[in-house]
Design a protein around this ligand. Sequence first.
Ligand SMILES: [Zn+2]
Length: 273
Amino acid sequence: MRVRLATCAAKPDRANEDFAAAVPGAVVLLDGAGPPAGMPSGCVHGTAWYARTLGGLLLAEIQPGRQLAESLGRAIERVNALHGAACDLAHPGTPSATVAMARLQDGKLDHLVLADSVLVLDRKGADPAVMSDDRLAVTTRELRKDLDALPTGSAEHTAALRSFTEALAGYRNRPGGFWVASTDPQAADQALTGSNAGDELRALAVLSDGASRLVDRFGLLTWPGLLDVLRQDGAEALIARTRAAERDDPEGRRWPRGKTHDDATAIFWQLSD
Ligand SMILES: [Zn+2]
């Protein structure tokens, strides 16, 4: 199994809230989310703990013959138990995480995507197939109009980001809103899943939204171009290019966004030459 993995925190002095791991036959990527600094979450552990704990348990719950969504639901339940009595799991700010994962079993590559991480299948003789769950983007499109009009990092932007985060909580894990791994194991049943013959694929890329933005937010690369960067230069090169683009637009005037930089993680799993 040939896997390249790179991850980079948004800021050197802040915990990286992404989680990424590869084990024989499977890769898992989570992008943790919680309220902005200073807002209550109801959890004494924090977002980075949530992503790392859920990710670790998810790897453990991947079992032969078990659907990926069932593995995810079981892992969510196990994290609930680990929060313990000190945490309020019904709090709207409780940590959550996107999930993108794939598993090779009996010659088939199964995948699962929940919320806004991206999984790209590099298919032999065909365009890449991009698996992304756009329910969060659809929900946020209206909510973030005020936010996107303000310079990133300004006091007004920080205040608008708080309002946006509070409003978004009302749509989380609700029909008509968006679904994400948090405390409700049934969210796993809302994930997008699919399966492909392993020998029809050259490779697989799994990206947190901090690492997919050169394509899906900035428009500086195509999906085939992104796969070329990963194959030729590696996951770390993709993140370096992302950081360079972000530095050229620190206030988000060209590409409005919540933060100048985000935690960025890329996994590239090469299935054939
Ligand atoms: Zn907790």
